[in-house]
Ligand binder design. Structure first.
Ligand SMILES: Cc1cc2nc3c(=O)[nH]c(=O)nc-3n(C[C@H](O)[C@H](O)[C@H](O)COP(=O)(O)OP(=O)(O)OC[C@H]3O[C@@H](n4cnc5c(N)ncnc54)[C@H](O)[C@@H]3O)c2cc1C
Length: 388
């Protein structure tokens, strides 16, 4: 049987694949989404959506449903343990309704996926893509659907699989040799709608407002993560207390602990010309970042939005060509490179005990504390990327 032919096949129905499917027109182009709905990791992954992402979700018609399930961030307090300088970035100073919005990954993913399923009849759940094979004018996608081997042909494959699919993609890779530790915690002196980013010896630790509670996202060594995952709740809370001091009172309860490995992973520039397969990668499939400053999903949403707009102005026959793919790579280059450099730079600057770096970060915090243009620059970067 000849495989079905599509213009575009999107691999992955996570937040970024689903957002792209929603942003693309359902008429005019033949689009298929292959979404692996294996039982998802339900571990708590608090996501801070930027103001820019909120605007994109509003354009996709989802904000109305999501908004009641999010917690607003009105202020962000940034400080370093054992140092005096601290900075507070305020939504009010920037004349914004909020600096960001916190919600759990699985809720966002589910909402995007369900809406995309309604918009696209060929959004197929339960499909695990196994391999891609280039051919004249496109590619064949081989996948399993309910354990049956299937294939389809398309002009362009958009990979939004979070970086899971192995192929010929040459990437840059940094293993931070650390874990992200997440948990839901409570305290007896809450400061509603305020987020805290604290740079500690081992790495940054964030507390995000999360309904009535706080969501912790900490960066720790693998050994400490293992110890804290096993520890009795009072020991865990004592560690949080040692990071944040008494500004939130006493930390009182703990739930939903989880860990995630931390790596930086991104494709080398010029990939479009090197790859024989007509692929465009977006979201974590193009770059997986450290969660410090909450950039990964926000950057992925900008990828999806930019790609949808780019596709609408591209002739269907040209979709998979190396020239077209290279053009898209160029469009996203600045935002991606700046976000990678910003995130990686923060990790290196704030997770290091070298005296010269200690001076540099104290100088940076002092500058941010004293000069509102510097604070505005940082806030814009966190909310919109370079060209958001
Ligand atoms: C602890 C933590 C905190 C974070 N906090 C933030 C934050 O505050 N703000 C922020 O912007 N980002 C944050 N991130 C990053 C964010 O989670 C990711 O950037 C985002 O999930 C990427 O979305 P994605 O759709 O590209 O990939 P994923 O979320 O990984 O989704 C990929 C999808 O593809 C599917 N798939 C995989 N392989 C296949 C296959 N072969 N066939 C078919 N389907 C397949 C998967 O099942 C999944 O549904 C955080 C990350 C971590 C670990």
């Amino acid at each position: 049987m000849t495989p079905t032919r599509y213009d575009i096949a999107i691999i992955g129905g996570g937040p970024i694949g689903a957002a792209l499917a929603l942003a693309l027109p359902s008429k005019g182009l033949r689009i298929c989404v292959l979404a692996n709905n294996e039982p998802q990791n339900k571990a708590l992954r608090p996501i801070a959506l930027s103001h820019g992402s909120q605007l994109l979700l509003e354009r996709l018609g989802l904000w109305h449903a999501l908004s009641p399930q999010t917690t607003k961030i009105l202020n962000i307090h940034i400080s370093e343990k054992h140092a005096l300088a601290a900075v507070t970035i305020k939504a009010q100073e920037l004349q914004l309704p909020a600096l960001g919005y916190v919600l759990d990954y699985s809720l966002l993913s589910q909402c995007l996926s369900q809406s995309a399923q309604k918009a696209h009849p060929d959004f197929r759940l339960g499909c695990k893509v196994l391999s891609l094979a280039p051919h004249e004018g496109g590619a064949t996608v081989h996948y399993l659907e309910e354990n049956q081997a299937q294939s389809l042909n398309c002009r362009l494959v958009i990979v939004a699989d979070g970086g899971a699919l192995i192929n010929d993609n040459p990437t840059q890779h940094v293993d931070y040799q650390q874990c992200a530790l997440t948990a839901r915690i409570g305290c007896d002196h809450p400061q509603p709608q305020k987020a805290f980013e604290r740079f500690c010896q081992e790495g940054p630790v964030a507390l995000l407002p999360f309904g009535e509670d706080l969501a912790l996202v900490g960066t720790v060594s693998q050994e400490r993560a293992e110890m804290l995952m096993r520890a009795e709740p009072p020991i865990f809370l004592q560690w949080v207390q040692s990071c944040f001091g008494s500004r939130l009172g006493k930390f009182t309860h703990l739930a939903d602990r989880a860990t995630f490995p931390l790596t930086l992973h991104y494709q080398k520039p010029g990939y479009a010309h090197l790859s024989k397969t007509p692929i465009i990668r977006i979201g974590n499939a193009a770059q997986r970042l450290h969660p410090v400053a909450g950039q990964g999903l926000n950057l992925g949403l900008r990828d999806a939005w930019a790609l949808a707009r780019f596709i609408q102005t591209t002739e269907p026959e040209a979709l998979g060509s190396a020239v077209t793919r290279h053009q898209f790579e160029k469009i996203r280059h600045s935002d991606r490179t700046a976000s990678i450099a910003f995130t990686h730079g923060l990790v290196r600057l704030f997770s290091n005990d070298w005296p010269i770096l200690t001076q540099a970060r104290r100088g940076a915090l002092f500058t941010l504390a004293c000069f509102s243009p510097a604070r505005n620059w940082l806030a814009q970067r966190m909310m919109h990327g370079v060209y958001g």
